[in-house]
Design a binder for this molecule. Structure first.
Ligand code: G3I
Ligand code: 9MR
Length: 552
């Protein structure tokens, strides 16, 4: 049947910063301007104006008009936009709207920690659970994990870290990217107060959370210096399943050059960021990073394969980009000029960055440490990031549901929401580096898309917005399969529309979908509706940025 997306007036269902852009989208075949009204919580009209015709929006397959209500300067809750008798979902206007979201986006990580009990005092009784994978039956445990038979003869203690997503695997490449993004968030926006066991120690809470993953990543390094690509169950388990009830045998999967270089990169970032907070960790990180770098140089082409059973592949057969990123992080951490010649990639807007494409991260590393490069070269780094931000801003402004993700092949990828957030991050960073306010506007307007101003009137963040995603694919947050289990924690970002329809639920329900509509808030649709650490780290970065900007 025809899908019902509710009101044609599409807004950021969380709300708008008082000091930020305030725009909305109206779905209509009408081509001439129409009247819009802004209503406050008492239904009084507090602003009005005319819509701006836009036309057909390629990614959504619908025609729209745009609404700009920036000149309204009030604040409060329960606003709605109206066109004729069509009312939007309610939203707030104020400068604190991103505060609790930016905290929740980070609490996601504690909730998904492996190897530690998740306690009610931090997450509430409903989401508390026993520690997973410490070797207590029926878990086989991550405290002594053998290699996949025939691939090596040792076992490693790889306890801890975060579960990847809705599954119980732990994968180095995207785990490292997530930890890296938390460290970069710290450098960009400072700390966020968290409800975690380490709160109150001498280290910023955000760095405590990142350390939980970094300790795991360090454990994944083999004696050779190479790093195991991943550790996961022998076979896929079903849903629902609590982590501590997983009975599967788990294996260490073979080392890869990509995983090794991810440890080199995040290890170097760790050494630099923790230097003033935790000298012991900073030292361990640098030693591991340098050892990993040398091992990767000697083994430059060990690729993780596609396919396999029981866990994600995270396959990658091009690692020139990982070499370049690691070299840039090592240069900024050590000042050793020898790393400069190994930096071979630049930020490329069309590629962006992801767990697979890390070439752009070299420029992001260099941007953090001006003194690591001669002045003219540092300026070139800033120019490249600004140019990429300019491309994302153009992509955003070209769309009826403005957002900075506009794939050249016209197909949305698995985890498209993380591409939106990561491209927004580039605009946020460009604003910081250049002080050009159009990049700030673009970064902030991108959040509107994630929070409801989109083709399906969906807030992709649990607990934020009237029509929020709350059935993400997760083995413990599986209330829609078992009412005694919890729903996803607030602040959990769904992967988002994916043209690939790579799961049976999407294949049944989304045939022929326009790219930006290929999404179902159904727990079975892992290719459109999973959560993942490297997606929530993107959400955390951009919401912390938005929160910080609104207070400056
Ligand atoms: O790299 C190519 C790019 O060159 C091309 O232009 C583009 C267009 O199709 O595709 C890109 O490859 C995609 C790749 O991700 C990198 O973005 C693949 O199509 C896409 O299928 C692949 O999806 C990954 C998915 O696993 C399937 O392997 C997601 O990024 C990744 O987030 C997801 O991760 C899963 C784990 O396997 C298991 N745990 C849960 C986790 C989240 O769903
Ligand atoms: O639950 C798994 C999810 O985390 C992965 O992203 C996804 C793709 O690799 O696979 C899911 O596991 C399913 C498996 O692929 C096929 N059998 C059913 C599993 C649970 O839905």
């Amino acid at each position: 049947g025809v899908r019902d997306f509710g009101s044609p007036v599409r807004v950021n269902q969380l709300g708008y910063l008082q000091s930020g852009p305030k725009r909305a989208t109206y779905v209509t075949d009408e081509t001439s301007p129409l009247d819009w009204r802004l209503l406050d919580a008492t239904d009084a009209v507090v602003a009005h104006g005319r819509t701006m015709p836009y036309g057909a929006d390629a990614m959504s397959g619908t025609s729209v008009q745009l609404i700009d209500f920036k000149r309204y300067e009030g604040s409060g809750d329960g606003y709605r936009l109206a066109v004729g008798d069509q009312l939007s979902e309610p939203f707030a206007i104020g400068n604190n709207i991103y505060q609790s979201l930016s905290q929740d986006a980070l609490e996601y990580f504690y909730n998904n920690r492996s190897g530690i009990p998740i306690e009610a005092q931090y997450v509430g009784a409903e989401r508390a659970r026993a520690a997973g994978h410490l070797g207590v039956a029926p878990n086989k445990g991550d405290t002594s994990v053998p290699c996949l038979p025939g691939t090596c003869t040792y076992s490693l203690d790889v306890r801890g870290g975060w579960y990847d997503a809705g599954d119980h695997g732990k994968y180095v490449v995207n785990g490292a990217l997530a930890a890296w993004q938390l460290l970069d968030q710290y450098e960009q926006s400072g700390d966020v107060t968290l409800k975690i066991p380490e709160a109150g120690n001498t280290i910023p809470d955000l760095l405590d959370e990142a350390k939980w993953e970094i300790d795991f990543l360090l454990r994944m390094q083999a004696p050779s210096g190479l790093v195991h690509h991943k550790i996961h169950d022998e076979k896929w388990t079903g849903l629902p399943l609590r982590p501590d009830a997983d009975p599967q045998q788990r294996y260490l999967y073979p080392v890869s050059t990509a995983a090794t270089l991810n440890l080199a990169a995040v290890g170097a970032r760790c050494a630099r960021v923790y230097a003033q907070w935790d000298k012991a960790l900073a030292g361990r990180c640098l030693t591991a990073a340098e050892k990993a770098w040398k091992a990767a140089v000697q083994n430059p082409a060990i690729y993780a394969p596609d396919g396999g059973e029981g866990g994600g592949a995270y396959d990658d057969t091009k690692v020139t980009d990982e070499f370049s990123w690691a070299a840039a992080e090592l240069l900024t951490a050590t000042g050793q000029q020898s790393y400069r010649k190994a930096i071979t990639t630049r930020f490329d807007a069309a590629e962006g960055f992801s767990w697979r494409d890390t070439g752009g991260l070299a420029d992001l590393a260099l941007a953090r440490v001006p003194r690591a490069l001669p002045r003219a070269e540092y300026k070139a780094v800033v120019d490249r990031i600004a140019r990429a931000a300019g491309v994302y801003l153009d992509d955003l402004q070209a769309q009826g549901y403005p957002n900075p993700y506009l794939p050249a092949d016209g197909k949305y990828v698995w985890g498209s929401n993380s591409a939106v957030a990561n491209n927004a991050m580039i605009m946020g960073l460009a604003y910081t580096l250049t002080d050009r306010s159009r990049y700030l506007e673009g970064a902030l307007e991108s959040l509107d898309y994630l929070l409801g101003r989109n083709a399906i009137n969906q807030s992709y963040v649990t607990g934020y917005g009237e029509r929020d995603s709350h059935n993400q694919h997760h083995r413990f947050w599986a209330k829609s399969l078992d009412p005694t289990l919890p729903s996803p924690a607030p602040g959990s970002l769904a992967g988002g529309p994916n043209s690939g329809l790579q799961d049976p639920v999407a294949q049944r329900g989304l045939q022929g979908c326009a790219p930006a509509t290929c999404y179902l808030d159904n727990i079975g649709s892992y290719s459109t509706n999973e959560v993942a650490v490297n997606w929530n780290s993107a959400l955390a970065w951009i919401t912390a940025f938005a929160d910080r900007q609104s207070h400056e």
